[in-house]
Design a protein around this ligand. Structure first.
Ligand SMILES: Cc1cc2nc3c(=O)[nH]c(=O)nc-3n(C[C@H](O)[C@H](O)[C@H](O)COP(=O)(O)O)c2cc1C
Length: 457
């Protein structure tokens, strides 16, 4: 096989804020709210030709067992504000804002995302999420929370409304001089349509307020792993931010997404997949293993280990020794809320607890050791630069992923070794871009035209 014939993978960076992934206690750790941290990470990523800079969203301080989570009570600046600031200090990298569909109103959301898209020259994306906890709802005027099934029904109506707003100006809207006599400044209102939608919980009537960006409209990402979430992605998304980074699982997940995408009437390769991934790299595999142990120990403090288990057990485990055996009590199953926004992993708490008990017993693991194994090291890619480059080439050849959304475990320097050492090896193997393909995110990813525009065509 010639290298030119190989599939490629790309990278995004997932800037996580305060949680059990990023280590904020080292001398070189920056601040999770200072613009300088975001700027350094985004510019390093751009130097490494990353497709996207990606921000999650938490609309409320996280809660844990009904209280503010005191391991996690540190804010994250608003994603769109941050991305707008980053647009000014970067030139090519895509800017992905996670935004929830239950609590955001679609017309307002459409305008904010379209603004980011225009101001960044066509680099914006919306990561569509439904959010998996009840407490976030208390922040909002309508209050409450939607059932899982209703969340996706509503999400689809919101996405379709947002797209309709984005598409409410025809291409010809700015072709002539409007009544004010400024060609390209005021729209010919004969080419501006009013969007009227009943979303069930409320109705909207609106027109878009901006012309299209260089990429048509923002790219759509989706994160949510249930059958409903995957089918929703197959109908609506350009890219899935997945929770399936391990090779065999990634191959299975890719086949599943392709099947659902074809069933939704789209070409099988229309939806790309970027799993979240952590990398621990060094000169040799042995050095990387040693480093990964250090990283895991610093990510999982004794208090974090107990809180992690409390999420699954649904009850206080403060009486248990983090360096002792797993709790001998049964989990309280009705509590599925999560402090980490990852409740999708915890819905089967009884099953998980049984698996973890068996593993801890077989391998003689304490609470902290088990959490380190299942909570952090699971899914991470650890190895020498060369062997990791070979492993990633295998993902590319198998078409298992289109890229990885990298979570740096140190900010702001956590991407340096990936960009300086790993990227060149991937380029040598022909599995990573050697330049940006264009100026827009849609071009970097090699996506087709936006779905609605194809339908019109
Ligand atoms: C990889 C991944 C990342 C996610 N990131 C966020 C996020 O940043 N903010 C958020 O509110 N929800 C996030 N979610 C949660 C989803 O919005 C969704 O509520 C949750 O996964 C439950 O839906 P599901 O049953 O379809 O998985 C994420 C989910 C996944 C799988």
């Amino acid at each position: 096989m010639t290298t030119a014939a190989r599939n490629q993978i790309q990278f995004g960076v997932f800037f996580q804020g305060v949680n059990s992934t990023t280590i904020w206690t080292e001398p070189e750790s920056g601040s999770q709210t200072a613009f300088e941290s975001f700027r350094r990470v985004a510019q390093t990523a751009e130097r490494g030709l990353f497709a996207a800079f990606f921000l999650g969203e938490g609309l409320r301080l996280r809660e844990h067992l009904g209280r503010l989570h005191d391991l996690d009570v540190v804010g994250r600046p608003d994603a769109q504000t941050q991305l707008a600031a980053l647009a000014a200090v970067t030139e090519r990298i895509g800017l992905v804002a996670t935004q929830n569909t239950t609590y955001n109103d679609p017309v307002d959301l459409a305008h904010r995302l379209q603004s980011l898209d225009l101001l960044s020259g066509g680099r914006a994306a919306w990561n569509v999420v439904t959010t998996d906890n009840a407490w976030t709802g208390a922040n909002f005027r309508r209050g409450g929370y939607l059932d899982h099934a209703d969340r996706y029904v509503h999400a689809e109506r919101v996405v379709e409304t947002v797209r309709a707003v984005w598409d409410s100006w025809d291409d010809e809207a700015l072709d002539g001089a409007g009544r004010a006599g400024h060609p390209d400044r005021t729209p010919d209102t004969a080419h501006v349509r009013t969007v009227e939608r009943d979303l069930g919980h409320y109705a909207v009537r609106a027109e878009g307020r901006l012309p299209r960006s260089a990429q048509g409209h923002p790219v759509l990402f989706q994160a949510g792993d249930s059958d409903e979430g995957r089918d929703f992605a197959a109908r609506q998304a350009d890219v899935v931010f997945s929770a399936h980074p391990e090779f065999e699982d990634a191959v299975r997940f890719a086949a599943d997404v392709r099947r659902r995408t074809v069933a939704a009437g789209r070409p099988g390769d229309d939806v790309q997949i970027f799993p979240g991934q952590q990398f621990v790299l060094a000169e040799t595999d042995a050095e990387a293993e040693e480093k990964a142990r250090w990283v895991a120990e610093h990510q999982i403090t004794p208090a974090t280990a107990i809180a992690y288990l409390e999420n699954v057990w649904g009850t206080s485990l403060q009486a248990y020794d983090p360096d002792g055996p797993l709790p001998d009590i049964d989990p309280v199953v009705e509590v599925t809320g999560s402090t980490r926004g990852t409740a999708f992993q915890f819905q089967r708490s009884q099953e998980l607890v049984a698996q973890w008990r068996a593993r801890a017993e077989a391998e003689g693991l304490s609470i902290r050791q088990l959490v380190t194994e299942v909570g952090v090291r699971r899914g991470g890619i650890v190895g020498g630069y060369t062997s990791v480059a070979d492993r990633l080439a295998r993902y590319a050849d198998a078409g298992a992923v289109h890229g990885f959304n990298v979570s740096p475990w140190l900010v702001p320097s956590g991407l340096d070794d990936i960009v300086d050492r790993l990227v060149p090896l991937l380029q040598d193997r022909g599995v990573y871009p050697t330049e940006y393909r264009g100026t827009t995110l849609r071009e970097h990813l090699g996506l087709r035209e936006p779905l609605t525009r194809r339908r019109v065509a």
